[in-house]
Design a protein. Structure first.
Length: 304
């Protein structure tokens, strides 16, 4: 699917004709891929990398354009079951146009970051900055989910919530690799800023992007370390909850067995004491009750 936009009044707006200088391809068809490769001279391998979620971020210079592959968070779906994934985005910067290739449709030019767009180079940097902001949003959500799961684990005996934490830990590993890969790309952009043609304002913005990306990486690293270091403790909590349950069931079982033994002893089909007494039933029940009380006192004395 092709979406054509243009920069108008310092904002990115849709354009109904091919005069727009911003082309966004979402999961391009085979015909669109052929057009990008044959007509616009985009390298076929680089185009495939833009749609590959496992591809690393990189910067390449072609005769007619500059190609960038960077990582961004994938749109979360309930089918992912708390697994936050990453996807790749390809940006191809020509002198007169900017082509964006992405595997799935997502809000691309929304947010305060795109309220003032000066040029195509500026838009390129804002797209990278928006991906960093997207990572931070997901990290906040992961932290909230982690807190919620911790409260559930403290009173649960199931492995379900523990497995959810393992999934979140796996997501943070994906995010750390993706953010680190983007940091290398950003450093290369700064090194080749003159070749790409960034303005002094663009260079300042690029420095801000580097700072934001480093802070994002450190935040993801902190969350990952905390989650990994506490996994053993949380597993012990689940095991301890199970032990408490088994202890309670044992108390109930033994508490029932003691009076049952007393009643069974007086129920044997043989001659037994008190069988002639008219209040024998109530005496037996009294003995059963006394045995329960004695058992509870003994249990408390042993502090089991």
């Amino acid at each position: 699917m092709l979406r054509i936009c243009q920069i108008k009044d310092h904002q990115v707006s849709d354009c109904s004709n091919e005069q727009g200088n911003i082309w966004v391809y979402v999961n391009p068809s085979d015909e669109e891929k052929k057009h990008l490769v044959n007509e616009l001279k985009i390298d076929e391998h680089t185009l495939a990398s833009a749609l590959d979620p496992d591809e690393l971020s990189r910067l390449e210079f072609e005769p007619e354009h500059t190609a960038l592959i960077f990582k961004r968070p994938k749109n979360y779906s309930s089918r992912d079951e708390l697994l936050f994934k990453v996807s790749s985005v390809g940006i191809f910067l020509f002198k007169d146009r900017l082509i964006v290739v992405m595997p799935e449709e997502t809000p691309l030019f929304e947010g305060k970051q795109f309220q003032r767009v000066a040029s195509l180079n500026d838009l390129l940097l804002k797209l990278i900055y928006r991906s960093i902001y997207h990572y931070l949003e997901h990290l906040k959500i992961i932290n909230m989910i982690t807190d919620s799961l911790e409260h559930k684990i403290s009173s649960s005996m199931e492995n379900k919530y523990l497995l959810n934490l393992f999934t979140l830990e796996k997501s943070l590993v994906y995010y750390l690799n993706a953010i680190n890969s983007n940091s290398m790309l950003i450093e290369k952009l700064k090194t080749n800023a003159a070749k790409i043609g960034f303005s002094p304002e663009g260079l300042e913005f690029l420095d801000d992007i580097i700072i934001e990306n480093n802070q994002c990486y450190r935040q993801a690293e902190i969350y990952s370390n905390i989650l990994a270091s506490m996994m053993d403790a949380r597993a012990s909590i689940v095991s301890n909850n199970l032990n408490v349950l088994m202890k309670t069931l044992n108390i109930i079982t033994i508490g029932i067995m003691v009076p049952t033994f007393v009643v069974s002893a007086f129920s044997m089909n043989v001659g037994i004491p008190l069988s002639w007494h008219p209040g024998a039933f109530w005496m037996v029940m009294g003995l059963a009750l006394v045995s329960v009380v004695a058992f509870m006192l003994f249990w408390r004395f042993k502090k089991w």
